[in-house]
Write a protein that binds this ligand. Structure first.
Ligand code: 3H9
Length: 659
């Protein structure tokens, strides 16, 4: 058996050949599969016993797209996907795509080059390249527009929208939905096409529908302006528009294809795409279960959330929304009967460490033997709680990111006593909630909260030195942060922020800095709890954040009180650099303390849970791109400029070693 046969299988049903892509885990259409597909088709073209071909995928899906790793080489090896797709489209016999699971990116493009497409129920079809900083680069921009129309195609590519079979059929993307055996149905289609040539349709030959009035060739300019604004930092978005416009203007398929290939190559080599591809792999790595226990995870149907504050209420709500049966118990005492049949018990009480230890002990004695035990208040080590439960190996830390409306990320903390099985179970729990997950080792706070604290520390200092919340937010939003930090604190709750800072100060951290996050503390003391109180770092009219001079006055009084020099000219670059580099340096601290398992985990956590711009790949990737020496130099410069805060600008040894 040659190497080609290993990644593609051929079977026969009568006079129809069925080619099965067989390259686990996602049948990515990389060099090996392209070569094997082309060679198999070349053989079938000359085979007098074959009237038609069905292309399908082995395992869980049709095809997850191009092999993303191939892009790191900077070239797409021969035979390129366009060559293979062109060969399919011009194949002398009908070729039908039989799609199940996923047809994504290059996988959908492969299907678009077939003469007909039939999908199983539950399939998802999408061109999600934009989330990797690229465009569909093997005919997608040209063929999708021809099949479903210009506006729907642009929308689908810009939003990475996923089509269900019913939606795809209605849009003209599919020819049929299989309700029985997919391959049998596809073979029937292929046989029919072989005898009824009228059924045979080459996508490249479909004339592009004249654009609707709203989208006439002249109006591409207007669309471009809208897209440039909405997708700032994402050059791929404009290229999607350019490629479709080229298809409309030229109407010659091959011209459009060449234009698309050039645009794809430029984007593949761009920093933005490299950053987004980096995140694609980091996010999977950050959630990789411990090697010893990979396999099916635990099941979660019934949960107990213990505590009476806003945090426990938020967690209980998130669990309910995900369809779990939730018992919400206040922290005063735990009735054993309430914990019967509980799969996971989460302590989220705003209480002293002694009270939390009592709760942990109650959880340990009252929960069924296999219940996963957790604390959601893991600002520091939680070994004492784990030990108090009497089942330390079953005890994990769970950090739900405090996002605007609902959690997106679950950071799982593992103490030395926590078993790998419990970490795996926590991952299964996170997936059950539909959250992205990342695993960290327990230490003085998990990765997300530590980075956030370093970032907000610098925001507070910039306010003390004379920046307004609006200036800070605007500078960081222009850098790409999803929401500026002051508005973010208002949304998350200044009261919750201040309580978290209060806990750090009570633990003796930052004892050498009396001004530490005092703006936050003062706003809290004034009852400016953020958006819910219509006043925080901003004041709110309906949902609009408006500057409030009171905040500047508070900061000025604090600066006077702590002897901090006010500065009239603080540049946007300084705002961004100080806030981002303080996170970067904290990231290196987390690595050297072994809390973050690898730099990529920090990037995944920041981009998924804290609104760091994906096109910059996370703070550690951003720093790596700028160069360790440059970052080190800037940290030293800030340390020299601000001697009272020099200790915070002391470069971590990991960074010094890199520079
Ligand atoms: C493209 O197609 C460009 C073309 O237009 C033009 C070309 C010229 N490549 O996510 P999972 C790995 S761009 C390489 O955990 P799931 C993944 O890293 C592509 N590797 O599984 C992981 O590896 P590991 C457009 C890939 O079931 C393993 O497979 N396509 C690729 O939760 C399992 O992945 C996309 O953007 C790939 N394309 O989800 C789709 N895909 O085990 C990207 C996956 O070592 N993929 N891997 O950690 C996905 O969205 C999900 O993986 C998918 C499965 C939904 C398919």
């Amino acid at each position: 058996m040659g190497q080609d046969e290993k990644v593609i299988r051929e079977t026969r049903t009568g006079r129809v050949s069925v080619l099965t892509l067989a390259l686990p885990p996602v049948n990515s259409f990389g060099p090996a599969l392209r070569k094997a597909t082309l060679e198999a088709l070349q053989r079938l073209a000359a085979d007098p016993d074959v009237d038609a071909v069905v292309i399908t995928g082995d395992g869980r899906m049709f095809c997850g797209g191009a092999d993303i790793r191939e892009f790191d080489t900077g070239v797409i090896a021969e035979p390129g996907p366009n060559l293979v797709h062109g060969y399919i489209e011009n194949f002398p016999k009908p070729v039908v795509a039989a799609i199940h699971g996923y047809a994504l990116g290059g996988g959908l493009e492969l299907a678009l080059s077939c003469h007909a497409r039939i999908a199983a129920q539950g399939t998802r079809l999408s061109l999600p390249e934009i989330s990797l900083g690229i465009i569909p680069g093997s005919g997608g921009t040209q063929r999708l527009a021809r099949l479903i129309g210009i506006e729907p195609a642009i929308d689908a590519m810009l939003t990475a929208r996923s089509f269900t079979p019913a939606q795809a059929l209605a849009a003209g993307l599919l020819d049929d939905i299989s309700t029985g055996d997919l391959i049998e149905d596809a073979v029937r289609w292929a046989s029919r096409c072989a005898t009824e040539p009228a059924l045979l349709r080459r996508t490249c030959a479909i004339g592009l529908q004249p654009p609707a009035a709203k989208m006439g060739p002249g109006s591409f300019q207007a669309l471009r302006a809208e897209v440039a604004q909405k997708y700032r930092g994402y050059p791929a978005a404009l290229k999607v528009v350019d490629c479709v416009e080229k298809a409309v203007i030229s109407q010659v398929f091959d011209d459009g294809l060449r234009y698309e290939a050039d645009a794809f190559r430029t984007l593949m080599l761009s920093d933005e795409s490299k950053a987004m591809r980096h995140l694609f792999f980091c996010e999977r790595e950050a959630a990789r279960p411990p090697a010893a226990v990979r396999g099916p995870g635990a099941r979660f149907a019934r949960a107990a959330v213990i505590g009476s504050g806003t945090q426990s209420a938020g967690i209980a709500l998130a669990l309910q929304r995900a369809g779990l049966e939730v018992v919400h118990i206040d922290g005063d005492g735990i009735g054993a009967s309430a914990l019967e049949g509980i799969d996971i018990a989460i302590e989220a009480a705003e209480a002293s460490i002694e009270a939390k230890q009592r709760l942990a002990r109650d959880m340990g004695t009252s929960c069924p033997p296999n219940t996963l035990l957790a604390t959601a208040t893991c600002a520091g080590r939680f070994d004492a709680l784990a030990q108090a439960s009497g089942r330390p190996q079953q005890f994990v830390g769970l950090q739900f990111t405090t996002t605007v409306d609902s959690p997106r990320l679950l950071e799982i903390g593992q103490e030395a006593c926590t078993s790998d099985e419990s970490v795996s179970a926590a991952l299964a729990f996170g997936k059950r909630l539909g959250l992205a997950c990342a695993i960290s080792r327990a230490g003085e706070g998990l990765v997300g909260p530590r980075l956030l604290e370093a970032y907000l520390r610098e925001v507070d200092r910039l306010l003390l030195e004379g920046c307004t919340p609006s200036r800070i937010d605007t500078a960081l939003e222009l850098f790409g942060m999803a929401v500026g930090p002051c508005r973010w604190m208002d949304l998350a709750g200044v009261d919750d922020q201040a309580k978290a800072v209060g806990r750090l100060l009570r633990d003796g951290r930052h004892a050498d800095d009396a001004s530490y996050r005092q703006v936050c503390q003062s706003l809290h003391a004034m009852g400016r709890h953020g958006r819910k109180a219509a006043a925080g770092y901003f004041r709110y009219q309906d949902s609009t954040a408006l500057p409030d001079p009171i905040v500047g006055e508070v900061a000025m009084q604090l600066a006077t009180q702590f002897g901090i020099t006010r500065r009239l000219h603080i540049s946007d670059d300084e705002i961004v650099e100080r806030c981002i580099f303080s996170m970067v340096n904290e990231g290196y601290a987390l690595l050297s303390q072994g809390i973050a398992r690898q730099a990529g985990d920090i990037d995944a956590i920041c981009a998924t849970g804290y609104g760091f711009p994906r096109y910059r790949g996370g703070p550690m990737h951003h720093a790596e791109r700028l160069g360790a020496q440059h970052v080190l130099g800037r940290l030293q410069a800030y340390g020299d400029r601000m001697p009272r805060w020099r200790a915070d600008w002391q470069a971590q040894s990991v960074l010094q070693a890199l520079a």
